[in-house]
Design a protein around this ligand. Structure first.
Ligand code: FES
Length: 98
């Protein structure tokens, strides 16, 4: 459903979403990478396990929460992707990383 509009020509790099290699480019937020990567969701809700996808892309809706490099409930729309980042879609209840 989502794809990058234009290739900036910048060298791409790999991040890992749920253990799978995924291509990201400089300037991508983690949420943008999640949206481009099937099934395009960031988490499942804790109670009903409903899939949620990044929505506002500006830190308001909290639908983009995911685990990034071991830190849980990160607002991925506010975090720029970096090479080698390990991202996990959250499923159900998670412990908050202190
Ligand atoms: S997409 Fe809404 S807070 Fe990140």
């Amino acid at each position: 459903m989502f794809r990058q509009l234009a290739d900036s020509g910048s060298p791409s790099f790999l991040v890992y979403i749920d253990g799978s290699e995924t291509v990201a480019r400089p300037g991508d937020t983690v949420a943008a990478v999640l949206l481009r990567t099937a099934p395009g969701i960031a988490r499942h809700t804790p109670v009903g396990e409903t899939p949620r996808a990044p929505y506002c892309m500006m830190g308001v809706c909290f639908d983009c929460l995911a685990t990034v490099d071991g830190e849980t409930s990160v607002q991925t729309c506010l975090v720029e992707a970096r090479p080698g980042m390990r991202i996990q879609r959250q499923k159900g209840k998670v412990r908050i990383t202190p």
